[in-house]
Design a protein around this ligand. Structure first.
Ligand SMILES: NC(=O)c1ccc[n+]([C@@H]2O[C@H](COP(=O)([O-])OP(=O)(O)OC[C@H]3O[C@@H](n4cnc5c(N)ncnc54)[C@H](OP(=O)(O)O)[C@@H]3O)[C@@H](O)[C@H]2O)c1
Length: 311
């Protein structure tokens, strides 16, 4: 496992090691190990615990301390970062450390719903712990890079107190607000783009490979396409926020007209395009609702008015 060089480590190198906040990392899967590695690399006294203890071994070789129980791990540091699969797993893992949590700050960095984040916050508060919920918006090898995004929600004063330490995990460290479920909300609101975007790429790959071409040939053009989409997002967000869809760069009607071609191409190539049908139905509903000449961002209005199930 490599220790990320994130520049923070260099900044902190001028601080005596004793001045660096001791950190405990609970959960040493792919992401938790990367987080713990970043703390060790930046010179933080780092205590680690994992249900399957062997996963701590590479970190111990780098200088981390292995705790033999989760309670011992929590007791070792004022800042406890938990990175397990879910909130449910985090409750289960931390329950035996309940008494040790009083006076500590718990930071959870896992996927889950805003409701589960609120439940986690209440659970931590009942044990006398301060709490931040966060999300890592990148893959484990990116942990510690200056451009890696992590966002947090919860009490501002707690974030401020630990911001420098948390910045070790990624230079783009953001506090979203004091409402503790905001990180989970943004995690899902941003993350929801991933599968539809990837499915678009996979469908394109199925189409070109059906012609004997390599998926790799799509990559430069797909990246340009994604950059174009990224450029449009501020404009579309303004349309959504103002509710004014009347100056479209791309109209609902244009999408409505070209969609049948996409389905026909998939059929000709022997590719399953059925995953697109619900999107086509949304566009058709937008046309029915009078949005034909409006910006494609008016689809938000259709999403805001879900059809009763079965309709
Ligand atoms: N990997 C990524 O690319 C990535 C990127 C962004 C965000 N994340 C988020 O980071 C979180 C962790 O992901 P990961 O990739 O590190 O997962 P992972 O490699 O599967 O590791 C899961 C961790 O959770 C622990 N765990 C699960 N259930 C547990 C339980 N009931 N009690 C105690 N420990 C339990 C596992 O312990 P054992 O080792 O004992 O099984 C392991 O340490 C997830 O919420 C994920 O969405 C991951």
């Amino acid at each position: 496992m490599s220790v990320p060089d994130n520049g923070t480590a260099r900044t902190e190198a001028v601080r005596p090691e004793a001045a660096r906040t001791p950190v405990t990392v609970v959960g040493l899967g792919s992401m938790g190990s990367a987080l713990a590695g970043a703390f060790v690399g930046a010179g933080h006294p780092t205590t680690v615990w994992n249900r399957t203890p062997e996963k701590a071994t590479p970190l111990v070789a780098l200088g981390a301390t292995r705790a033999s129980t989760v309670a011992e791990a929590v007791a070792a540091s004022p800042l406890v970062v938990a990175c397990l699969t879910t909130y449910a797993a985090t409750f289960e893992a931390l329950e035996p450390a309940s008494d040790a949590l009083a006076g500590r700050t718990l930071v959870t960095l896992n996927s889950g719903t805003p409701a589960a984040a609120r439940e986690m916050a209440a659970w931590a508060a009942a044990r006398g712990a301060r709490f931040l919920d966060g999300a890592v918006k990148n893959v484990p090898p990116a942990v510690g890079r200056p451009d890696t995004l992590l966002y947090y929600a919860g009490e501002r004063a707690v974030f401020d107190e630990y911001e420098e330490t948390l910045r070790v995990l990624g230079g783009d460290t953001v506090h979203l607000g004091e409402e503790v479920d905001l990180a989970a909300l943004y995690e899902q609101a941003v993350g929801g783009l991933l599968l539809p975007a990837l499915l678009g790429f996979f469908q394109g790959s199925a189409l070109v490979t059906a012609r004997g071409l390599k998926a790799r040939t799509l990559v430069p053009y797909t990246i340009k396409w994604l950059e174009m989409i990224a450029e449009q997002l501020p404009l579309m967000a303004d349309e959504i926020d103002s509710g004014d869809y009347t100056r479209p760069l791309a109209s609902v009607g244009i999408f409505h007209e070209v969609l049948p071609d996409e389905l026909q191409l998939a059929e000709e190539a022997g590719v399953d395009g059925s995953w697109q049908l619900p999107m086509h139905a949304l566009v058709a509903r937008a046309v029915e609702a009078g949005h034909r000449d409006h910006s494609i961002s008016a689809l938000v209005e259709v999403l805001r008015a879900p059809r009763p199930s079965g309709a």
